[in-house]
Design a protein around this ligand. Structure first.
Ligand code: ADP
Length: 404
């Protein structure tokens, strides 16, 4: 990070529809100065949390909107010895979900950029407008600090054409910018770079499959540092089974629901984005709670788990063939980093493919990057913690330094 000054401090903001997460981080060292969240925005029982070292401050009460939530977080910081803004914030880094065809690198935000992000609303109705709410709120509260948008789609911008294109009418696709964009790009990029560093390997020579398994889940195949496949598409709905999203589904189901169940497009959207995946199959989208039910022998939870693992294995197989030679398979995010059973089940019986997990290494608990395959496994299997906030902070400073 030669361009990152040790004094730089970045406020990283990830704004959702009724919640937001923030972190104040020093990009050079990775030190987290403070972090927190605002939940249930728009309700009278909203919660604002600020954590700084061992000290946690909380507010519960009415928070009308994103601006009020952020203002409250700054206010909470003010009652401590220093206030957050006194850390000399260099930049605000925003996670923006959809960059569409236009944005493929971290972009310093001005009014035109905000308008352009808003214009992508059709592509990401659940995400981009709320990302803009976060951008506008912090611009009002910290008017002198530049904001940078870091797009979740950016890393996959240069997917090979054959991986990015859907096999649909070319003109229709062009007219509506329909292609596979891919998401969680900041995480896939960061984790693949960390993996190369951890293995002491030249990123140019390393072929990896990265499995980002959180509430949302996605897989990518990365050849020499560049993605050649990823599981999410035009929207973050395609691919793996997720907490509440279906992942891959016959598009015919959409038409069938319209005709046979009389549902309109918003209802079908809600079904596939919010009432499907693990939640749809067994009513539970939190993986820890799901695992407890599986262990207790619950049939619905067991089916949900099995569908999840089956889909994951299908992608691993497909991506091994896409890559031709796979050097590393990397698990990351909440489930990937913590659920040893998921890793064991996803990699079970693949010895003929050069994959051999070490049961003891796999079940050891650690928050560090680590190898979980045996020493003679041809494919190295790893757990590498993701850190999207740090990646966003670093890219934000870089974008400001690169400004003409
Ligand atoms: P997000 O996509 O919201 O960033 P995370 O990456 O934090 O999600 O992942 C959240 C998921 O990780 C939840 O389903 C949670 O239950 C799961 N998870 C967290 N810790 C564990 C654990 N120890 N075992 C199994 N699942 C876990």
């Amino acid at each position: 990070m030669s361009d990152t000054d040790s004094t730089d401090t970045v406020f990283v903001l990830n704004a959702g529809s009724s919640s937001l997460k923030y972190q104040l981080v020093r990009p050079a060292s990775g030190e987290v100065v403070a972090h927190g969240l605002v939940e249930r925005i728009g309700e009278s029982s909203a919660k604002v949390v600020l954590i700084r070292g061992d000290d946690t401050k909380e507010f519960v009460g009415e928070i009308a909107d994103h601006r009020a939530g952020l203002a409250k977080a700054l206010e909470l910081s003010r009652v401590q010895d220093r206030d957050l803004t006194s850390e000399g914030i260099t930049a605000v880094g925003h996670r923006v979900v959809h960059g569409g065809p236009k944005f493929y690198k971290p972009t310093v935000i001005d009014d035109d950029v905000i308008e352009a992000i808003n214009e992508l609303e059709d592509l990401a109705p659940l995400h981009n407008p709320v990302n803009v709410l976060g951008i506008e709120a912090i611009r009002e509260l910290l008017p002198d600090v530049p904001s940078v948008a870091v797009f979740d789609t950016a890393f996959f911008h240069d997917l090979p054409e054959h991986a990015a294109a859907y096999a649909i009418d070319k003109e229709l696709a062009e007219a509506h910018h329909i292609r596979r964009y891919g998401f969680h790009g900041t995480s896939h990029e960061y984790v693949s770079q960390q993996t190369a560093e951890f293995l002491g390997a030249d990123p140019e020579s390393l072929n990896q499959i990265v499995l980002h398994l959180g509430n949302g889940a996605s897989a990518s195949a990365i050849e020499g540092g560049r993605p050649v496949e990823t599981s999410m598409g035009l929207t973050p709905l395609e691919g793996l089974v997720m907490g509440t999203r279906s992942g891959d589904i016959d598009p015919g189901v959409v038409m069938y629901l319209r005709r046979a169940a009389g549902m309109d497009v918003d209802e079908i959207d809600a079904v596939l984005n919010r009432q499907s995946g693990l939640k749809g199959l067994c009513g539970e989208n939190d993986f820890r709670a799901l695992t407890e039910r599986v262990e207790a022998g619950d049939a619905d939870a067991t089916l949900a788990y099995n569908v999840y693992i089956h889909r994951l294995r299908k992608y691993v197989g497909a991506y091994m063939v896409t890559l031709g030679r796979t050097d590393a398979i990397v698990f990351t995010a909440g489930v990937g980093e913590n659920a040893a059973k998921v890793r064991a089940d996803a990699m079970a019986g693949l010895e003929n493919f050069g994959i051999q997990l070490d049961a003891e290494r796999n079940s050891a608990r650690s928050h560090e990057a680590r190898i979980i395959s045996t020493d003679d496994s041809a494919v190295t299997v790893l757990v590498v913690p993701t850190n999207e906030e740090l990646a966003i902070a670093r890219q934000s400073v870089q974008a400001l330094n690169d400004r003409p």
